[in-house]
Write a protein that binds this ligand. Structure first.
Ligand code: ZN
Length: 281
């Protein structure tokens, strides 16, 4: 069975060794987001008969490397997003270890992901942002038998970080984490097919399902945006109806004020004709 190692960047977790790793910083909200993303991906991969193993972080000199990282696997993927330290404050990229021996594998996965993720999410590709932290990422050396890549999914911080503004991709990444999971899984399945690790037919079906799922997610989110608009319009109509009632009342009051205060009760008829009527016929 094919196996994928997923690392939720910065997330606290407990290894099968029994060691509990603490939360490892990262951009605001990143550890929880990466943890959620890893679990969404694992569920989708399981539907394609692809086993996955989720790890958190182990950054820091005093922290032991988890045994999971050394498991034989077909791919190791570290999941991250950035604070908005770039100009423009949006964009994604993928990188791999500078000392990677399986560069054919890593580079083919990076190519597949780079061709699909930016297109599906609208988050533009900025591979020129690869840097020492992503090229010499601490986890690579612990991964013994798997090509290892790192994905920066965009500038996802929902709040400013120091002098940097909130990430331009934050709303998308947090609102559409399902789409991110589907696109990542579709890229993994394509990679596995390309390398003869997964039967093409079944995997293609699964990729189609993943694509449909992402479309459904988009529709659900569009519908919820539309229903928000309907709610706002209803509220507006309510306010306007209240205005109409208020103005109608004011108009009625004004009309009452313009009428004579005392109505004449005696008219010429009242004075003259009673006598006339009293005349016997
Ligand atoms: Zn990170």
């Amino acid at each position: 069975m094919v196996k994928i190692l997923l690392q939720a960047g910065h997330a606290a977790w407990t290894s099968r060794s029994g060691y509990s790793y603490p939360d490892g910083g990262g951009a605001p909200g990143e550890a929880q987001w990466a943890w959620d993303l890893a679990h969404l991906m694992a569920a989708r991969l399981a539907a394609s008969d692809v086993e996955s193993l989720i790890m958190g972080q182990w950054y820091g000199y005093e922290l032991p490397e988890p045994p999971e990282a050394a498991d034989p696997a077909d791919l190791f993927i570290a999941l991250h997003y950035d604070a908005a330290v770039y100009s423009p404050p949006t964009g994604c990229f993928a990188d791999r270890w500078a000392n990677e021996t399986e560069t054919d594998a890593t580079d083919s996965f990076i190519r597949i992901w780079s061709d699909s993720y930016p297109l599906a999410t609208g988050i533009s590709l900025h591979n020129e942002r690869r840097n020492a932290r992503t090229r010499l990422y601490y986890a690579y050396s612990a991964v013994k038998i798997a090509p290892a890549v790192l994905l920066e999914h965009g500038c996802g911080s929902p709040v400013p970080v120091g002098i940097y503004p909130p990430g331009g991709d934050s709303k998308y990444l947090h609102d559409h984490i399902d789409v991110v999971a589907s696109v990542n899984v579709a890229a993994i399945l394509s990679y596995l097919i390309e390398h003869g690790l997964l039967p093409a037919e079944e995997a293609e079906d699964m990729a189609k399902i993943a694509e449909l799922e992402s479309k459904v997610t988009e529709l659900v989110s569009t519908n919820s945006a539309l229903s928000d608009q309907v709610g706002a319009l209803r509220e507006e109509i309510g306010k306007r109806n209240a205005d109409v009632t208020r103005l109608t009342d004011a108009l009625a009051t004004a009309e009452r004020r313009t009428r004579p205060r005392y109505v004449e009760v005696t008219t010429e008829d009242d004075i003259v004709h009673p006598f006339v009527r009293e005349v016997p016929v």
